[in-house]
Write a protein that binds this ligand. Structure first.
Ligand SMILES: Cc1cc2nc3c(=O)[nH]c(=O)nc-3n(C[C@H](O)[C@H](O)[C@H](O)COP(=O)(O)OP(=O)(O)OC[C@H]3O[C@@H](n4cnc5c(N)ncnc54)[C@H](O)[C@@H]3O)c2cc1C
Length: 365
């Protein structure tokens, strides 16, 4: 007899979504989360954007889950009364030279089944009078969501379907037994919990936790790079109604402008390579932000920017989400999620369905 059929390590938006799908399908699920509540790491340290799926390579997991995830997220939010705004997004080119890159973005979006509207300079001014740009693209299906309420709804669904979410429960290590997996928490290394399967959804820690799960081949664990993304907030009235993005850059989507659901304008994230997990905002970055933002909104130089918060992208070398699954001799499953950076929030419901499908079909193993 096992205590749980599946144990999900990590109570961020993705771990919770997976646990939700599994409990909805009738499985007895435990979520262990090391913090005192859910979603206190990257899941509450992002732009809160429901992405459309514009930039991702067609055959990537990111594209597959983001495009469908956009639809599922709006639909779930409507069903549950979770606050969201389908405000739309403008990608702006600030010089004629950038037009070629915009055309490439249109082509990629079309390949992914999305229609972006091209905006002339006059059009841009009509939509966003304070925005400075030569040409732009409008994505109507991009929006923002209250991610805290989203996760709260996931927790409610898990618990209403017989699942257990256990906080202050840091996973230590697991040991494979004849018919199940036993694992231990850091707070009580003598207390054995029996589970049939384990899902490692620990975000920034996934590659480290994978080494503590018995049976995972170290060669299957990818190298993960950390890229911090800092955010600054704007004092006073917002200049824009829509989300405003410059052209994407190497490690991120560029320092963009988002209006959160409280009406506060947030700029970011930037990209800073870091070695350690440290959720303090990087110092001395205001000049960089001013230079970047002023290309599409010169007025920022006369306004106040305040240090706000940051998240850290766990970057996989293949730039995509990755699922490393293993079936043990005792018929247990271990599924590791790696590189769940943006658009992980948008993709969360679809990732949950994908993992459930691994259990159902068992053909990905
Ligand atoms: C700067 C930035 C901006 C982003 N913007 C967007 C956006 O606008 N739209 C979008 O779709 N996506 C965005 N994302 C991506 C999105 O935030 C993430 O993909 C998503 O939050 C990942 O969720 P997760 O559950 O995998 O990870 P996390 O939220 O990091 O959750 C992992 C959990 O595992 C727990 N954990 C770790 N180790 C242990 C252990 N040993 N035992 C128990 N628990 C453990 C942690 O405490 C944590 O709660 C952004 C990401 C960043 C960094």
């Amino acid at each position: 007899m096992v205590d749980f059929e599946v144990t999900v390590i990590g109570g961020g938006v993705v771990g919770l979504s997976i646990a939700r799908e599994l409990t909805l399908s009738g499985k007895k699920v435990l979520v262990v989360e090391k913090n005192s509540s859910f979603g206190q790491e990257n899941s509450s340290r992002n732009s809160g954007v429901i992405h459309a799926g514009i930039y991702y390579p067609h055959y990537s997991f990111k594209n597959k889950f983001c495009a469908a995830g956009n639809v599922s997220l709006y639909s779930y939010a409507k069903e549950r009364g979770i606050e969201f705004s389908n405000c739309g997004k403008i990608i702006v080119a600030t010089s004629k030279k950038e037009e070629k890159k915009l055309n490439q973005i249109i082509l990629n979006a079309e390949r992914n089944g999305l229609i972006l509207e091209k905006l002339s300079q006059r059009h841009l001014k009509e939509l966003e009078p304070e925005l400075v740009g030569e040409i732009g693209l409008l994505s109507r299906t991009t929006g923002i969501i209250d991610i805290h309420d989203l996760m709260l709804n996931f927790v409610t669904d898990i618990e209403n379907n017989g699942g257990v979410v256990s906080f202050n429960s840091e996973f230590s290590h697991s040991v494979n037994k004849t018919n199940h997996i036993s694992f231990f928490l850091k707070k009580d290394k003598n207390k054995e919990v029996k589970t049939k399967s384990i899902i490692n959804s620990t975000g920034l820690y996934s590659h480290l936790i994978a080494k503590k799960i018995d049976g995972i081949n170290v060669d299957d664990i990818p190298v993960i790079r950390y890229v911090k993304g800092n955010y600054l907030s704007l004092s006073g009235k917002s200049p824009f109604k829509k989300l405003i993005y410059p052209l994407p850059e190497k490690n991120g989507l560029g320092i963009h402008s988002t209006i959160n659901l409280d009406g506060v304008t947030i700029f970011g994230p930037d990209t800073v390579e870091v070695e350690e997990i440290d959720f303090n905002v990087t110092k001395n970055i205001k000049k960089k932000f001013l230079n970047s933002i002023s290309k599409y909104w010169p007025e920022v130089k006369n306004r106040n920017l305040n240090y706000n918060y940051c998240g850290i992208r766990p970057k996989h070398t293949n730039n995509d989400f990755s699922f490393v699954t293993k079936k043990l001799d005792n018929d247990s499953f271990i599924i590791n999620l790696f590189g769940i950076e943006s658009p992980g929030l948008t993709s969360s419901i679809q990732i949950g369905k994908y993992v459930l499908n691994i259990f159902k079909t068992k053909n990905s193993i």
